[in-house]
Each structure stands twice: as structure tokens, then as C-alpha cells.
Design a binder for this molecule. Structure first.
Ligand code: SF4
Ligand code: SF4
Length: 88
């Protein structure tokens, strides 16, 4: 699953820079996660970096975006491939 930020977010800004997929952005009211870019950190780290650093524990699994570990890895490979194709 991708993750989602709940309305308990205090806009502290520490999660955005730790996301390896640049999936986190400042939304209209609170920070948000682009589910198409969130791999739950699969491919980069052993645990979601945003969850580990969030001081108020307001980042949870998005029940509307259900993905297996295999699908998350495929998403990671697609994202890395996209990035490489931009560099080339
Ligand atoms: Fe980014 Fe990882 Fe958090 Fe997903 S779980 S938003 S990829 S830091
Ligand atoms: Fe919001 Fe948590 Fe990110 Fe801070 S770390 S901006 S509280 S989601």
C-alpha cells in the first residue's frame, strides 16, 4: 500500500526531505503523499522513512491503495527507470 497523511499532521516539514521518491509535498492544508510515487520505501530502505521521522505518528497505510510487496517493488523499478530515462 501507499501511505497517507492524516489531518493530525502539524506541518513540521521533516518528512518531505527524507522521502527517496519525492512523493511527499505540501498540500493546501497539510502535507500529502502522491500514492503513485510512494513505495513504502521498498527498494530504498527497510522501513518507511517518513513514518520513522514523523513526530506525531500521523502517517498510516492508505486503505484505498492496496499493493503487495511485489507490486511495490515493481513500482520502485518503474520509478527508478523513469528517473534514469530523464538523466539519459
Ligand atoms: Fe516516501 Fe517512503 Fe514515506 Fe512513501 S513511505 S512517502 S516512499 S518516505
Ligand atoms: Fe506532517 Fe508528520 Fe510530515 Fe511533520 S512529519 S509534516 S507532522 S506528516
Amino acid at each position: 500500500m501507499a501511505l497517507i497523511i492524516t489531518d493530525e499532521c502539524i506541518n513540521c516539514d521533516v518528512c518531505e526531505p527524507v522521502c527517496p521518491n519525492t512523493a511527499i509535498f505540501q498540500g493546501e492544508i497539510i502535507y500529502e503523499i502522491k500514492s503513485e510515487s510512494c513505495t513504502e520505501c521498498v527498494g530504498h530502505f527497510n522501513e518507511p522513512q517518513c513514518v520513522a521521522i514523523c513526530p506525531v505518528n500521523c502517517i498510516i497505510k492508505n486503505p484505498d491503495v492496496v499493493e503487495t510487496d511485489e507490486e511495490l517493488m515493481q513500482k520502485y523499478e518503474r520509478l527508478v527507470g523513469d528517473k534514469n530515462s530523464i538523466i539519459v
